[in-house]
Design a protein around this ligand. Structure first.
Ligand code: GLY
Length: 364
């Protein structure tokens, strides 16, 4: 048995445990029953994850005496829509699920965001449990209660803050994750190290071969320290009125890359890697950050196999896309820039020239 970890998120009106433990999927039913006892539950997953881990999760829930209703979402960002949510409501209404029936999200970030939105809105809110199966969902999306869907005008523009009652993470499921998805999850781990934990930056360098080899103890440690950082940020600022914005390091550039290149062509984690490089270049050019931060960052990203340069849409289009991002307040673009490894600040005074130089730096 490999080591396990428990991180508790303490919020003013709610607290919940994040259990990180190899083979904990065997105990999913017991952990759900501890927080949401009922006769029936809804398991939300997508077709890929269902094929890999559905039987395991359902077996555990049935063993804990749940009658499991399944709802399989079509996989992919383009199905993260209100239409998909409506289909799930129909499944729940047909099955006459009640206020106490928990919704369990088994999948990556898209499944978790949608299942959370469904749980937040069905009967004005039912119990919600996250069981993330991708590295990105484990270290970021499953913790902190951001749930929602995309609309034609943009990503995640309709949603809510709806905290889960528990997060159940089995790092062994990462062993079925395609390498590209693993690398994409690593982008959020690098982000956490840059914004809060310089020691973990060195840890990532040293441990990347073990992570790549999917050693259970290393995966558990990786997920645990990342979840702990995310939990502390969310505790300090649940609704993103302050420091939670630090988690957007690299994301304003990333969202502009994704929306101009097309979702699915570039993965979110790849865009975040590029966005972190652009933001760091801007920080150095404006004398906010030591110059050696950039080669340190690009060396780690390259070691992991994440991009540091890419084909980009024309700069004007990228600038417009940035202005549409949620991080625009009172017409000012807000950017998270590193002060050094381990600390970031939010700025709102980047000039068009500075932004253009940063974009050109990551253009292939
Ligand atoms: N993924 C950023 C946040 O949860 O705030």
């Amino acid at each position: 048995m490999c080591s396990s970890d428990l991180v508790t998120v303490h919020l003013p009106h709610h607290r919940y445990d994040i259990t990180i433990e190899p083979t904990v999927l065997d105990r999913l039913g017991v952990l759900v029953r501890n927080v949401a006892p009922h006769t029936r539950c809804l398991l939300v997953s997508d077709e890929h994850v269902m094929a890999l881990h559905g039987d395991h999760a359902i077996g555990s829930l049935e063993h804990a005496d749940y009658h499991v209703i399944r709802h399989i979402l079509p996989a992919g960002e383009k199905h993260k829509t209100l239409d998909s949510v409506r289909d799930a409501y129909n499944t729940m209404l047909d099955a006459k699920l009640e206020r106490r029936s928990p919704v369990i999200a088994l999948g990556g970030g898209i499944v978790g965001d949608m299942a959370g939105f469904i749980a937040a809105t069905y009967l004005r809110g039912v119990p919600f449990i996250q069981c993330p199966t991708s590295l990105l969902a484990m270290v970021d999306a499953s913790v902190g209660g951001k749930v929602g869907v995309n609309v034609p005008q943009g990503k995640n523009l309709v949603g809510a803050f709806y905290q889960p009652l528990a997060v159940v993470i089995d790092p062994l499921v990462l062993q079925t994750l395609p390498p590209r998805e693993q690398r994409c999850g690593m982008a959020e781990c690098v982000k956490h190290a840059v914004i809060r934990a310089p020691d973990q930056f060195d840890w990532l360098h040293e441990n990347w071969p073990k992570i790549q080899a999917m050693l259970p103890a290393t995966l558990t440690e990786l997920v645990a320290w990342n979840v702990a950082i995310k939990a502390r940020v969310v505790e300090a600022d649940e609704k993103e009125t302050g420091e939670r914005a630090h988690l957007n390091f690299g994301h304003t550039f990333a969202h502009a890359i994704e929306s101009t290149r097309g979702y699915g062509i570039i993965e979110h984690g790849e865009a975040v890697a590029l966005g972190m490089v652009a933001a760091t270049k801007l920080a150095i050019d404006t004398d906010r950050c030591p110059a050696d931060t950039l080669p340190k960052l690009t060396a780690l990203l390259t070691k992991i196999g994440l991009p540091i340069k890419t084909k980009l849409a024309p700069i004007e289009q990228l600038m417009q896309a940035m202005q549409l991002d949620k991080k625009v307040a009172d017409s000012h673009l807000r950017l998270v820039l590193p002060d050094r490894l381990g600390a970031v600040s939010v700025i709102n005074n980047a000039t068009p020239n500075q932004l253009e130089t940063a974009w050109k730096f990551i253009r292939e």
